[in-house]
Ligand binder design. Sequence first.
Ligand code: 13P
Ligand code: SF4
Length: 332
Amino acid sequence: MKLSNEELKQEIQRLKDKLSVTVVAHFYQRDEVFEIADITGDSLELAMRTQADDAEFVLFCGVGFMGQSVKVLSPEKRVVMPKIACCAMARMIDSLYYDESVKFLNDNGIASENILPITYINSNADVKAKVGEMGGMVCTSSNAKKIITTALKEGKKILFVPDRCLGQNIANQMGLKSMVIGQGGDPKEADIICYDGFCSVHQLFTVEDIEFYRKKYPGIKIATHPECDPAICDASDFVGSTSQLIKYITELPEEQKVAVGTEFNMVNRLRPKNTYILSSTKPECPTMNETTLEDVYLTLKSIEDGAPINEIEVDESTQKWAKIALERMLAL
Ligand code: 13P
Ligand code: SF4
C-alpha cells in the first residue's frame, strides 16, 4: 500500500531517530524533501558541512556530483542517494572531452605546464581527478572569483570547465579576457579559456525577461545565478550562488520587488510577497526534482534492512586526485 506524505514523514522521522544517518538537501529540492533535511545549503556549504558531520551514512538529496564530492572528501563515509540523478551540465564533459580541451590549447601553442585547470564543482569525479592531476582545483559559484584570483598568481592560462557562463561572468567581473572553445578566438589572447558547457535551466532567462520586469515594475531588483548567460548577469542588480541569493533577497525591505533568475523550488519558498520568477517558463531542474519523499523513505528503509541502495562508490585513483582538487579549493 502506498503511504501518504504524512505517513512517509513519520516513517522518515522514525528511521532518522533510529539510524546513524544525516539527510542532506540542496536548495533546489522539492519542498517536502527540503523540509526533512538536517543539512541544507549551496554546493560549497554542503561539501564543507557534510565533511564535518560524523554520522555513518549521508543520505544526499541532490544531483550525482554532490553525493560524489562527499564520498571523495570522506571515503570512510557511506553515501547513499535516493536518486542518482546527473546534473545536465556535469554530463556535458567527461575525461575524454577534458583531454580534448587540453589538446586544443596544446595545438594552439600553449603547453600543458602553462595551463592551470579549474573545474566548477558541477562536474563528475573523473573530471575533477584530471584537474587535480594537472595541478588545478575545484570552484563553486560562491568562491569562483577567489579561486580564479589565486590561480592567476601562477601566471598561467586558465582552462575553465564545464560552465562557459560562470567562467565568462567571472572574467567580466575581473576585467579579464575570456573565450569559449569552439566559438572562435585565439587562446593565446585570452586569460580564461572556457569549455562550452552550460546549464539548460539557467539558459531560460533572457534579457527580454529583465526588460519586461523593469518596465512593469520600475525600481524592481533583478537577482540572478552566475550560471545565467553573461548578458543576463551584466543586466542584473545582484549575481550570486544560491546561498548568496537567499541572503540578498531575504534581507531586502518587505516592499522591495525582486525578480529572480534561478531554479523554481528555491525561489518559490523564499519570500511570500514581491518575489517573481524571472521567466515565463517554469525554471525547474528536472534532475533535482527527481527525488521524492518516497525515495528518501525507501533509501532509509534499505539502510535499516542492512542492504543500502544507491550507494556512491568512487575508484581509488579517481578519489585520490579528485580529493586533491577539492581540498585545494577548501584550503582557500
Ligand atoms: P550553488 O552552488 O549556487 O548552490 O549552485 C549549484 C547549482 O547546481 C546551481 O544550478
Ligand atoms: Fe545542474 Fe543546472 Fe540542475 Fe544546477 S540547475 S543541478 S547546473 S542542471
